[in-house]
Write a protein that binds this ligand. Structure first.
Ligand SMILES: CC(=O)SCCNC(=O)CCNC(=O)[C@H](O)C(C)(C)COP(=O)(O)OP(=O)(O)OC[C@H]1O[C@@H](n2cnc3c(N)ncnc32)[C@H](O)[C@@H]1OP(=O)(O)O
Ligand SMILES: O=CC(=O)O
Ligand SMILES: [Mg+2]
Length: 533
């Protein structure tokens, strides 16, 4: 039996044969056979740890790894093209957006299979095809309005973010198991492009999302070693930046850098998932409740503490600490709202640069020049890793609850944004502008998690004293759905209704659902299968 006979592909779309070649499938099978068991065990560990937290266990820095925190070690030296990352643009793996992002003037482009992408089979396969073409500098695009897109001579350094460990790619089965989405995204990009990237003078670079424990970073490191050995590429060629975007990972920053040290390209503050993770991990705790979403900002003391701890930890280990995403994007046809959006992004980036970040993320090409100017002023050198800091952050600082009120407007926004975002996701878009803000899977997670918590928490009351009951939420969901249907002139009505059902289940389900993308993905798979019939 050939190795490729072990794989079955549930969907068939044009051109997938250029990505799912026999060699690539063989590589995916090997990754699956070697690492999927460990992935599943680590996911079980996440569940048992959640049970412990539900029973009252609080987070603290780990005893078992104190040697790693207290001893002197550094990550391996970084390649030259990762030394200056002052502006990093992110975006989905859409063909036009890849070209725009690579041409945007940013130092780095993070091509995102994760928070910014809806994982339809079409998006995932075409994303791989687009990246393959981009790496070979053979990517172009003609839009329906006749605008032509091609790469500039100088482009951003490409970094790819595969999906997180919790997700599966249900269109690919190895024997009777669905493939891990992380191994699928990583494996295909690495297999097709690692050598070409090296010939281009760069390398296979990754962002790693939603890690909850240092052993999950160890798993990635072992995947990297195996992948490099399999293709005969020197160990340490892969470089990966880990997003610190779960509350548990905030207590294990040193450990995560240590696990990946020959492959590490530092840490990034994934602020939106971090807020979500805090609410999720402590959803059962009566001393934890967050106010309206817009009141939880990087100025909130627990968020400032976390980003400062990331910077301090990285610099101690000679690693870059990259800042996060301000959600403001340029506002069309409203000069003062546009100015306000730019001012907010400027203030956010000034704080990050002054605190010691070595670069940061932007959501939109229109923000690149602004953020570059801020970092040029605040950071005249290629990075500021040499700035060794001692912010003296404690567990208590990381766990401080942000103060503030819960309002009816805040509840309505969460419900409306949640339903509108899930609708876009079911339509194949993973990042969308809503109310002049970038919304993606991470920001939408906060919205639905807050509604779940406010319904159940004794302090889940509006400022005027009304309780946030299921009945009240139900009424608001119906009203917001009607408003959305009218706003979109009843286009995508079926999708809105499906999104409302998914959102409602997420907030009514007694057990907190780990990720909204899990039930929403089931819907995508069902729809894909229907289309294929
Ligand atoms: C929490 C996190 O994980 S953050 C990281 C994940 N999230 C993201 O990456 C979101 C990235 N940003 C985006 O997807 C987009 O900016 C959105 C959805 C927020 C707004 O997109 P749009 O409504 O299309 O913006 P807008 O109409 O102003 O775009 C103007 C042009 O800029 C392009 N553009 C906008 N954002 C990007 C981007 N991030 N990358 C590349 N091109 C972009 C558009 O494609 C458009 O190009 P065109 O003029 O050639 O047609
Ligand atoms: O991935 C980034 C985040 O903020 O979440
Ligand atoms: Mg995230």
């Amino acid at each position: 039996m050939k190795t490729t006979d072990l794989v079955s592909c549930k969907r068939n779309i044009s051109n997938q044969e250029y990505i799912l070649t026999d060699g690539a499938l063989e590589f995916l099978v090997k990754l699956h056979q070697k690492f999927n068991g460990r992935r599943l065990t680590l996911l079980k560990d996440r569940k048992s740890f959640q049970t412990r937290i539900n029973e009252g266990h609080t987070l603290s820095f780990l005893e078992e790894t104190s040697d790693i925190r207290n001893s002197d070690w550094k990550i391996a030296p970084l390649p030259d093209d990762l030394m200056d990352r002052r502006v990093e643009i992110t975006g989905p793996v859409d063909r036009k957006m890849i070209i725009n992002a690579l041409n945007s003037g940013a130092n780095v482009f993070m091509a995102d299979f994760e928070d910014a992408s809806s994982p339809t089979w079409e998006n995932m396969v075409n994303g791989q095809l687009n990246l393959r073409d981009a790496v070979r500098k053979q990517i172009d695009f003609l839009s329906s309005n006749g605008k032509e897109y091609k790469l500039n001579p100088e482009t951003a350094v490409l970094v790819v973010r595969p999906r997180g460990w919790h997700l599966e790619e249900k269109n690919i089965y190895v024997q009777n198991e669905a493939m891990s989405a992380s191994l699928f995204d990583f494996g295909l990009y690495f297999y097709h492009n690692a050598r070409q990237l090296m010939e281009n003078g760069t390398g296979p670079y990754f962002y790693l999302p939603k890690i909850e424990h240092y052993k999950e970073a160890r798993l990635w490191n072992d995947v990297f070693i195996f992948a490099q050995e399999s293709l005969g590429i020197p160990i340490g060629t892969i470089k990966a930046t880990v997003l610190i975007e779960t509350i548990t990972a905030a207590f294990e920053m040193d450990e995560i850098l240590y696990e990946l040290k020959e492959h590490s390209a530092g840490l990034n503050c994934g602020r939106w998932d971090y807020i979500f993770s805090f609410i999720k991990k402590f959803h059962n705790r009566m001393d934890v409740i967050f106010p309206d979403r817009h009141l939880v900002t990087m100025e909130s003391s627990f968020m400032r503490a976390y980003s400062r701890l990331a910077i301090e930890t990285c610099h101690k280990r000679n690693a870059p600490a990259i800042g996060g995403m301000a959600a403001q994007i340029p506002v069309k046809n409203d000069v003062s709202a546009n100015e306000s959006a730019f001012n907010k992004v400027r203030a956010d980036k000034e704080r990050e640069a002054r605190d010691g970040h070595d670069g940061t993320w932007v959501a939109h090409p229109g923000m690149v020049a602004l953020v570059r100017d801020v970092f040029n002023k605040e950071m005249p050198t290629r990075n500021q890793i040499n700035k060794k800091l001692d912010y003296k952050i404690t567990s208590k600082d990381l766990l401080e609850i942000p103060p503030g009120e819960i309002t009816e407007a805040g509840l309505r926004t969460n419900i409306s944004v949640g339903i509108e975002y899930i609708t876009a996701w079911l339509n194949g878009r993973g990042a969308v502008p809503i109310n002049n803000l970038m919304e993606d899977a991470a920001t939408a997670e906060i919205s639905r998690a807050q509604v779940w918590q406010w319904i159940r928490h004794p302090k889940g009351k509006l400022t005027d004293g009304r309780n946030i009951t299921m009945d009240f939420v139900n009424t608001v969901i119906d009203e917001e759905l009607d408003r959305l249907l009218t706003k979109y002139d009843f286009h995508f009505k079926d999708k809105f209704i499906r999104a409302k059902e998914i959102f409602s289940k997420l907030v009514y389900n007694e057990e907190f659902v780990d990720f909204l993308t899990l039930p929403a993905y089931e819907e995508l798979v069902k729809e894909g299968n229907r289309d294929a019939e």
